[in-house]
Design a protein. Structure first.
Length: 498
């Protein structure tokens, strides 16, 4: 454990949250705004310089939805949300609004990371008609770089790649009007600084749990579908690159160099994790990490830490350090105390090199934590006895010891009749073999034919769009996205017709 000096100490009775921004030169503090003695409230978001503890500005927020101001990567430009508008400041001068996005009635926004040019992605919900994701280049808010419209979107989560050249928008509604999901309807959309937009097509029904960009900024991984969930790697054209199969996943983590991917299951799913070699497209190891509430890769890209922390879990708190090969290297139980946070020490960029993945066992330690029992449940009254659990089919096969002569005679006749029928079935099996094969394969053939018809229907639509385009009519973004699917559909149709 690393301990550091306490340079500045700031205390407040009603402080509820603090966080640092991109270059960690700025600290944000959130304070409960109103008290019985001050019902009207007061400034409750404080911006502080970490170098000297100086208070830069205090702002007042009543709506906690977008209370956090956002900074550019160099911390020269700051943006804050206010009454549906976005206000921009430069060089920590919060007394002068330099630019403003107004009149769009935004619900969410995000500043791109990376170097200039800076982009602002805005989400504009609509009560009637489609909602919009609109991309601007700072500070020209009169020109739209890209626009993605979508129906059934009440809110959105925005995920930028590290270069700030592309972003994923995870849209969702509170209620799924089709009734397919209790949790509402979701969609995943891609928007780029080049003006390209498209929808990410997943091939399994169910929720979208998580999406994460590779540090290379050229690929992203999505976990989706009813459990067991499916994980797929996509490129910037939203084409599938690697299928990781299914499992109890709902979270994805890239190591800092992007050559190792970790798929994990937290919360109400089984605590398993799979580690994958991205370049070799090969699974490295599957491990069990039960009761994990936090996971983070080390800056060296070889190790990661898992932790059980409060308030999510208040018992069995502690952390573990793992090697990418699946070996447990260190374990620190926290006893009866509560552990709130675990983080790796930061290092300057370039300190570590991309690790070479070696499929070789690394010596580790055995966990001291008790392993959950996998035995069949026994009721309390049977735990100290020779009670043997039975299944329903075992119970149904039990026979009474006292059987009448008439019953035994009837049973003997039934048994003889059953055996005779079995012999007849064996004799007829060779004659019916072809029919049997046909019956077994028929559902697969039906499914194949349905897929062929669906692809042919999609290709007809694409041809219709191409005809409209050749006649001079401008296509919308969704129609253009459908055109990009033509080559993939043709290849799939050719494969199905072999």
């Amino acid at each position: 454990m690393i301990q550091s000096l306490n340079f500045h100490q700031m205390s407040h009775q009603r402080a509820s949250l603090c966080c640092s921004v991109r270059m960690e030169n700025i600290l944000l503090g959130l304070i409960i705004p109103t008290t019985p003695s001050n019902p009207k409230g007061s400034p409750n978001v404080h911006i502080i310089k970490t170098a000297d503890g100086q208070l830069v500005k205090s702002l007042e927020y009543r709506d906690y939805k977008l209370w956090t101001p956002q900074w550019s990567s160099d911390e020269k430009i700051c943006a804050r949300f206010l009454n549906g508008d976005v206000l921009f400041y430069e060089n920590s001068n919060f007394d002068n609004i330099i630019h403003r996005i107004k009149g769009l009635k935004l619900n969410n926004y995000s500043i791109s990371p990376g170097n200039q040019p800076l982009h602002i992605l805005c989400f504009i919900p609509a009560k009637t008609g489609p909602s919009n994701g609109r991309l601007f280049q700072y500070p020209d808010f009169s020109t739209i770089v890209a626009n993605k419209s979508f129906f059934q979107a009440d809110r959105v989560e925005i995920f930028w790649n590290q270069k700030g050249t592309a972003s994923l928008m995870l849209t969702s509604t509170d209620v799924d009007k089709t009734g397919a999901s209790y949790y509402g309807k979701q969609g995943l959309h891609l928007i780029t600084s080049k003006g390209d937009t498209s929808q990410v097509i997943v091939n399994k029904e169910g929720p979208l749990y998580n999406a994460a960009w590779s540090p290379s900024s050229n690929e992203f991984c999505v976990i989706y579908g009813f459990m067991p969930a499916k994980a797929t790697l996509y490129n910037l054209k939203c084409d599938p690159v690697i299928e990781f199969g299914t499992g109890t996943f709902n979270a994805v983590y890239y190591n800092p160099f992007g050559n190792i991917l970790l798929l994990a299951g937290f919360g109400n799913v089984q605590g398993n994790a799979e580690l994958w070699d991205i370049n070799g497209k090969k699974k490295i190891k599957k491990i069990e990490i039960p009761d994990t509430t936090f996971l983070q890769w080390s800056p060296d890209g070889k190790h990661f830490v898992t932790a059980t922390t409060a308030p999510r879990l208040k018992v069995s708190n502690g952390y573990k350090i793992w090697h990418y090969s699946g070996a447990l290297l260190h374990e620190k139980p926290w006893g009866k105390d509560e552990l709130y946070q675990v983080v790796w020490q930061n290092y300057p960029q370039g300190t570590f090199k991309t690790p070479n993945i070696v499929f070789k066992a690394v010596e580790g330690i055995a966990s001291s934590q008790p392993i959950a029992s996998k035995q069949v449940y026994r009721p309390p009254h049977a735990r100290n006895s020779d009670f043997k659990p039975t299944s329903l089919h075992e119970d149904s096969s039990l026979e009474t010891k006292n059987q009448s002569k008439a019953y035994l005679k009837m049973k003997k006749k039934r048994e003889a009749k059953r055996q005779a029928k079995q012999m007849q079935d064996v004799e007829d099996s060779n004659d019916d073999k072809q029919n049997a094969v046909k019956i077994i394969d028929e559902p697969k053939d039906n499914e194949k034919q349905l897929r062929i018809k669906k692809i042919q229907s999609d290709l007809k639509s694409i041809n219709r769009f191409k005809t409209l385009q050749s006649s001079g009519k401008e296509l919308d973004n969704n129609q253009m996205a459908r055109l990009k699917l033509e080559n993939g559909l043709l290849a799939e149709l050719k494969q199905l017709q072999l």
